[in-house]
Design a protein around this ligand. Structure first.
Ligand SMILES: Cc1cc2nc3c(=O)[nH]c(=O)nc-3n(C[C@H](O)[C@H](O)[C@H](O)COP(=O)(O)OP(=O)(O)OC[C@H]3O[C@@H](n4cnc5c(N)ncnc54)[C@H](O)[C@@H]3O)c2cc1C
Length: 423
């Protein structure tokens, strides 16, 4: 395919990775984002082996690993102290496999720096896209406060779950969560290599995820999160911080030191999630990737990883398609089954952890938890958590990352050296 002029809407993981991959194929890329200055919003996320496989192809896996925290397992404990979720990456059967907790800003910085260094990518901040028009010349973007763009051969919608290009209802979920990035100091009663969660039925969940070190902060951090229904957010804002902390401590007393680091409610950001799948991710000269195609609650920690897989699939489709339309069809086709599978699995699993139900968490604790300790459920659980369920890598020509090499990089993270406990 000839050199294409490509517009990408959105400078998140999907847009930046797609921009990098397509620019490396020789296409001319313009990324438009509504933000005033480049930057991500939010706290931590998990990079799974799927996302790491794409970052490895981009030559960025090591940079990301060095900024993140190696996570060896997800562990969940219910209010009476029983361990009801124990999902080690070791159960994948891939030697040395791990997940990576990372601050969203660290992932953004690595991708953004690579995009700035890459010839053929222009990033335009302050461009809020309102729509597009398609003629024989190509597809033009329209913006809130400026004239339409020149015509592009291809527009990639990577504008996240609030995308204006899917008119369907957004499927916003009743539960969201308060998130904060907090310092992680030696002596904290958390393992430096676990995503730890505590549950009161499915109505309340607290979590701590080590997210490595941002260079501008210079010390280790954790992402702390507390589930909260959107309808209760206003009441939370009116509640004295000390009363809310007391409520959290009743569920997880060991959080006392961490919560003492929250002195202002503005340290906490309330994030909401939506569960939706764009019914038509491909149309003429346009494709939706990442959350703009499919979004879900972050219970399984897959969104950014799926976004990276979509970006990879798009680049591969354009490389292999004889026409633009065929390339887009291939790109969406290679991803469709995995997207479908994870949308359903997330839809089924989320109410076990975030809902008002009494019987769903009882099933979780009394049926699923004991089952998950045994073959084959233990392996399936690890596959689900790692994003590898449904074998998404092979159709994309990707291989799992080289964990041995990455583990060596990970061992250089100051986590172990800092004396933080490992479990
Ligand atoms: C609290 C929380 C925790 C999460 N945890 C995890 C996790 O552990 N693991 C994981 O993989 N995923 C996680 N996710 C999901 C993950 O963040 C998303 O799936 C991922 O960011 C999607 O990437 P994206 O590039 O598609 O969209 P986004 O990251 O949403 O980026 C979209 C970009 O488009 C821009 N934009 C939006 N509208 C317009 C417009 N009209 N014009 C121009 N620009 C626009 C935005 O400014 C933004 O920069 C979590 C999400 C949340 C909220």
């Amino acid at each position: 395919m000839d050199r294409l002029n490509v517009a990408i809407i959105g400078c998140g993981p999907a847009g930046l990775a797609a921009g990098l991959l397509l620019a490396r194929q020789g296409h001319a890329i313009a990324i438009f984002d509504q933000f005033a200055a480049p930057g991500p919003v939010g706290s931590g996320l998990m990079i799974q082996p799927t996302g790491l496989a794409v970052l490895a192809e981009l030559g960025l896996a090591e940079a990301v690993v060095l900024r993140g925290a190696r996570i060896d397992a997800l562990r969940g404990i219910e209010e009476h102290g029983a361990c009801v979720l124990d999902a080690p990456y070791a159960a994948l059967g891939l030697p040395g496999a791990f997940g990576l907790g990372i601050h969203r800003a660290s992932l953004f910085d690595v991708l953004h720096a690579a995009a700035l260094a890459q010839e053929g990518i222009a990033i335009h901040a302050g461009h809020a896209v309102t729509g597009s028009t398609c003629t024989h010349e190509g597809r033009r973007l329209t913006f809130t406060d400026r004239p339409p763009s020149a015509a592009f051969d291809l527009v990639v919608d990577a504008s996240g779950w609030r995308t204006g290009f899917d008119p369907a209802p957004k499927g916003v979920l009743p539960f969201g969560a308060l998130w904060a990035s907090l310092p992680f100091v030696p002596g904290d009663p958390f393992a430096g290599n676990l995503l730890e969660q505590r549950y009161r039925r499915a109505a309340q969940m607290a979590g701590v995820l080590p997210i490595g070190t941002r260079p501008e902060v210079g010390t280790q951090e954790v992402a702390f999160f507390w589930s909260l229904k959107a309808e209760d957010h206003a009441a939370w804002q009116a509640t004295p911080l000390a009363d809310w902390k007391a409520e959290v401590l009743r569920l997880w007393p060991a959080l006392e030191g961490l919560l003492a680091r929250i002195t202002d409610r503005r340290q906490l950001t309330f994030a909401r999630y939506a569960h939706r799948t764009h019914p038509r991710p491909v149309k003429e000269r346009m494709i939706a990737i990442g959350d703009a195609w499919h979004s879900a609650s972050p219970q399984l920690g897959q969104g950014a990883n799926m976004a990276l897989l979509d970006a990879w699939s798009l680049a591969r489709g354009l490389a292999e398609g004889r026409t633009l339309a065929e390339g887009l069809r291939l790109a969406a086709g290679w991803r469709r089954d995995h997207v479908w599978l994870y949308q359903w699995v997330t839809k089924l699993f989320t109410p076990l952890y975030q809902s008002d139900s009494r019987w769903l968490p009882a099933i979780r604790d009394r049926v699923l938890a004991p089952l998950s300790r045994h073959w084959p459920a233990r392996g399936i659980q690890a596959q689900l958590m790692s994003g590898l369920f449904g074998f998404p890598l092979a159709p994309l020509g990707l291989a799992p990352p080289d964990y041995e090499a990455l583990a060596e990089s990970a061992s250089r993270i100051s986590l172990a050296a800092s004396g933080l406990p490992q479990s």
